[in-house]
Write a protein that binds this ligand. Structure first.
Ligand code: FA5
Length: 341
């Protein structure tokens, strides 16, 4: 038995040298000093040996066990160090490689333009007034001097809701009524930006939802010349310092007199091209002096107060400024278009 124990020790020490990884080491440990290992079995069977052999075998077995446990521990350390080195080599990181770019979102071109537009109007003393997208028929039409059955309602094809007299605003002009009713009789200068909705055929120039920026100034002695000067100042700041501006007479039920504002075509500088339909001019806004009926509906006495208002399409403004040919790009979610801005 003593001989067998010595053999077991020598064999195991020899095998330990060739064991290459931790799972093989665990196996060798199990087969020798583990619970079901040979040495453990010998130690358990000592009681069955003749009495005179027990002491010597017991001592030897314990010595061998300690020697093997110590040798296994040393080998385990070595193997762990080797494995860690191999791991590090395999997963090595080249710290000199450039990092992967983080995908960032962008501000939508319509919002970018809106922010530029707010800045320009803020410099001229206009503050932003928010009004809701879902409106009453009164605010969207009647109080703007467009009574039921008035033919001018045909100018704005309307999305109605299932609630009677509740609709999606067709323009930002109902915000005029809300702002006036809130501030009258104080003078006001506000811009009213937001989405408008029209039950319209979608084409390269027309969407069924689009942004408008409305403007409204009410006070004492506000005249048409103020409107013209203000619109020209805006156009030059937004479209370029030496842009020519012109005014054409027009008609809106809520302004009297009414005008349309044109800028010299940005693409051909007025020479005439496809975009301006060879007129040299591009329309940028509808505007006019606030109609006395509308002033009254807003809470201002028309004999004491006067005002001007204007409304322009944001997407159409960007189209003019950047030569975008198709308005459907704005809400088509094609990143190739959006990433250009
Ligand atoms: C109006 O909506 C008037 N409320 C503007 C106004 C306000 C006049 C205050 C006087 C005083 P109009 O329907 O022309 O007017 O629309 C104004 C602008 O909205 C247009 O010049 C255009 O730039 C934009 N717009 C109109 N319809 C569409 C559409 N379907 N898609 C994209 N933009 C549109």
């Amino acid at each position: 038995m003593l001989k067998r124990l010595e053999e077991l020790k020598q064999n195991t020490l020899k095998q330990l040298k060739t064991v290459g990884d931790s799972s093989a080491l665990r196996e060798l440990e199990g087969a020798t000093i583990g619970k079901k290992g040979e040495l453990t079995t010998i130690l358990r069977s000592i009681g069955t040996l003749p009495a005179e052999e027990r002491k010597a075998v017991g001592e030897k077995a314990n010595q061998v066990k300690q020697a093997l446990a110590a040798a296994i521990e040393v080998r385990e350390e070595e193997i762990r160090a080797q494995e860690m080195a191999a791991d590090m080599q395999a997963g090595a990181i080249d710290v000199t490689l450039p990092g992967r770019p983080i995908a960032t979102g962008r501000i939508h071109p319509a919002n970018q333009a809106l922010r530029d537009i707010y800045d320009i109007w803020a410099e001229m003393g206009f503050q932003v007034y928010r009004s809701p997208d879902v409106e009453t028929d009164d605010n969207n039409f009647s109080l703007l001097n467009i009574p039921p059955y008035h033919p001018a309602r045909d100018m704005w094809d309307t999305f109605h809701t299932t609630e009677p007299d509740v609709l999606l605003r067709t323009h930002t002009s109902p915000g005029q009524i809300r702002a006036m009713q809130e501030y009258a009789p104080e003078p006001i200068r506000v811009i009213l930006p937001g989405m408008c909705y029209r039950y319209e055929q979608v084409t390269v120039r027309s969407e069924f939802q689009f942004n408008q920026v409305e403007g409204l100034a009410v006070g004492y002695n506000i005249r048409m010349t103020d409107l013209k000067g203000t619109m020209a100042a805006f156009a030059r700041r937004f479209y370029g310092a030496d842009r020519q501006v012109r005014f054409r007479s027009s008609h809106f039920p809520f302004t009297e007199p009414s005008i349309e504002v044109d800028v010299q075509c940005i693409l051909c500088d007025g020479a005439g091209c496809q975009v301006c339909k060879y007129t040299g001019w591009l329309e940028i806004a509808g505007a006019g002096m606030v109609h006395p009926v509308v002033l009254k509906n807003g809470g201002y006495e028309p004999t004491r107060f006067s005002g001007f208002a204007f409304g322009m399409g944001t997407e159409r403004s960007i189209m003019l400024k950047h030569g975008v040919q198709d308005i459907r790009h704005f809400w088509g979610n094609d990143l190739r278009f959006l990433e250009q801005f």
